[in-house]
Design a protein around this ligand. Structure first.
Ligand code: PMP
Length: 529
């Protein structure tokens, strides 16, 4: 901070009359001692607002600090601090012996009127085929429906605000700002900030995933990790294999890369190896995208035996495995998932994220990448966004270095466990018997398998009418269908989850009842016989 001086005393240049007028003038300021905003900040904000609106024109003289403090019933230091901050920020200037004056404000930009589009650009024929690919259309139809009003939200896949360790994180960020200052505010190194890469490698080893610092490439969310992998591997028309119901964000990435996605059917242990035979006849297969530990949406965990078979398959046919471990560390019953594909094979591209277990807004994810692909992934990552926020990378590294992650995970897992139990209890009570589900042991989602006659989108609509948001299977099926509904239990508290489960049960009952009453083509009532 530069030298700052605030002189608010009447000076020898002022006549006693000026001072008297000044003293009588009330600016109508009010401070709210109960507000969380500090008093000096309230005063600062008020002056700024008035300077900007023109209520305090350029050259306007603020009252001396002592007078204003008396008027506001506050300590003079509060006013001195506000004036000092105002001067530092360039809103006022103080001249020793004369007072504190509003400085000229930058003139407001002229009001810009939006130009009307002319019909000259044929936008619809210009939009690329990839941007119009089916997964995007599906996303617009279902994923982007804006829900207005009060809903129990069983679609959001992020920690609720009360589970975000904002206070701890603020301290880490403050420390980075103090200790690194502007050095943490430039572009980050392409592969990521070295200290964070080291910490992530350590964090992975703690979870049983072998990782060396040089294997870790930091990305802007794991979404970007998937994006650069797709860009690095796919030429238009190439095939990517995926579990039959999978993460729609990955489906859109593959569509944007021009890939054809082929669904691999699964049994209880994971992707069916029989379905993978004869893979060479299906065009150029570039990767198999998998979520091994808790598939979003179905919750399937690939068995250890199947993991080993998948690794064997990958080596035999020369198709790399992409392992998306987005729910890592979200074990709800203790224990560990089977060894990761990456632990079984160093050629696996393994992606991870701090969004689900810590703070989504960090946008910090990573990919563990085989040496042969590193250069390509780094170049593509750099091209896409010129680097992930250096400031946030340092702050996350600080969080990990302080050992805050493990206790945080303890709190978060306990909360998720309790929320899961509340939702499961409610679903067990209110769902018709024909709807089945497994109780998840990790992750934050639960998959409801619906009877064939119940369309997931009908459940989605009816639940929404009853104030509950759920995600219908159509979002996830590689082929556009999937007979289930996904619900999350990370975002709402126990009471709301219980209520959500109840209303969802009622919604499914309604859909079933409508189905039974639907007249057949001949006008008879089907399903009632
Ligand atoms: N993978 C899966 C399975 C996901 O569900 C998500 C987000 N919901 C991501 C990756 C990407 O998350 P992020 O970019 O926040 O790391």
């Amino acid at each position: 901070m530069g030298p700052r001086q605030v002189r608010a005393e009447p000076t020898r240049n002022e006549t006693p009359r000026d001072v008297a007028t000044e003293e009588r003038r009330s600016l109508g300021f009010r401070l709210d001692p109960r507000s969380e905003t500090p008093l000096y900040q309230q005063l600062f904000d008020t002056v700024v607002e008035r300077a900007r609106s023109g209520a305090f024109p350029s050259g306007f003289r603020l009252p001396p600090t002592r007078n204003l403090a008396t008027e506001l019933g506050t300590h003079r230091n509060t006013v001195v601090r506000a004036y000092a901050e105002l001067e530092h920020a360039g809103f006022v200037s103080s001249t020793v012996g004369r007072g504190t004056f509003i400085r000229p404000q930058a003139s407001a930009a002229p009001i810009a009127r939006a130009a009307e589009p002319t019909a000259a650009i044929p936008w619809s024929s210009l939009v690329s085929e990839r941007a119009r690919a089916e997964p995007f259309e599906r996303f617009r139809r279902i994923g982007r429906q804006v829900a207005r009003g009060e809903f129990v939200n069983l679609t959001r896949m992020q920690p609720s605000p009360d589970l975000i360790p904002d206070d701890l994180f603020r301290r880490c960020l403050d420390h980075v700002l103090k200790s690194h200052g502007p050095r943490a505010m430039g572009y980050a190194p392409d592969e990521g900030v070295p200290r964070l890469r080291e910490r992530i490698a350590e964090d992975l080893v703690r979870q049983g995933v072998p990782a060396r610092t040089e294997d870790v490439l930091i990305t802007t969310g794991s979404q970007q990790a998937l994006d650069v992998i797709a860009r690095a591997l796919v030429d238009p028309g190439d095939t990517i294999l995926a579990q039959e119901s999978t993460y729609p964000g990955a489906l859109r990435i593959f569509a944007a890369a021009g890939a054809r996605v082929e669904s691999v059917i699964a049994d209880r242990e994971g992707p069916s190896m029989a379905a993978l035979s004869g893979i060479g006849s299906r065009g150029r297969v570039k990767a198999f995208y998998l979520q091994t530990n808790h598939c979003n949406p179905t919750g399937t965990c690939v068995s250890e035996a199947r993991r080993r078979e998948l690794v064997r398959f990958s080596r035999e046919v020369g198709v790399p495995l992409v392992e998306d471990d987005y729910a890592a560390d979200l074990e709800l019953e203790g224990g560990h998932p089977p060894p990761s594909l990456r632990a079984l094979d160093g050629d696996v591209l393994y992606t991870g994220t701090y969004s689900k277990k810590l703070i989504p807004a960090l946008r910090v994810g990573f990919v563990l990448c085989p040496a042969a692909m590193r250069e390509h992934l780094v170049a593509l990552k750099h091209t896409t966004d010129l680097g992930t926020s250096m400031l946030l990378q340092h702050a996350l590294a600080e969080f990990l270095e302080r050992g805050l992650m493990v206790p945080h995970l303890g709190r978060m897992r306990a909360a998720y466990r309790s929320r899961r139990d509340a939702l499961v209890g409610s679903l067990e009570k209110h769902l018709p018997k024909s709807v089945q589900f497994d109780v998840p042991v990790r992750g934050v989602t639960l998959w409801l398998r619906l009877p064939k006659e119940v369309a997931p989108e009908a459940v989605f609509e009816e639940a929404r009418r009853r104030g509950v948001l759920v995600s219908p299977g159509a979002l996830y099926g590689v082929d556009g269908t999937s007979v289930g509904v996904r619900v999350t239990f990370c975002f709402e508290d126990e009471a709301r989850l219980v209520e959500g489960g109840k209303r969802l049960g009622q919604a499914i009952d309604t859909v079933l009842a409508k189905k039974k009453l639907k007249p057949s083509a001949e006008g008879t009532v089907v399903g009632m016989l």
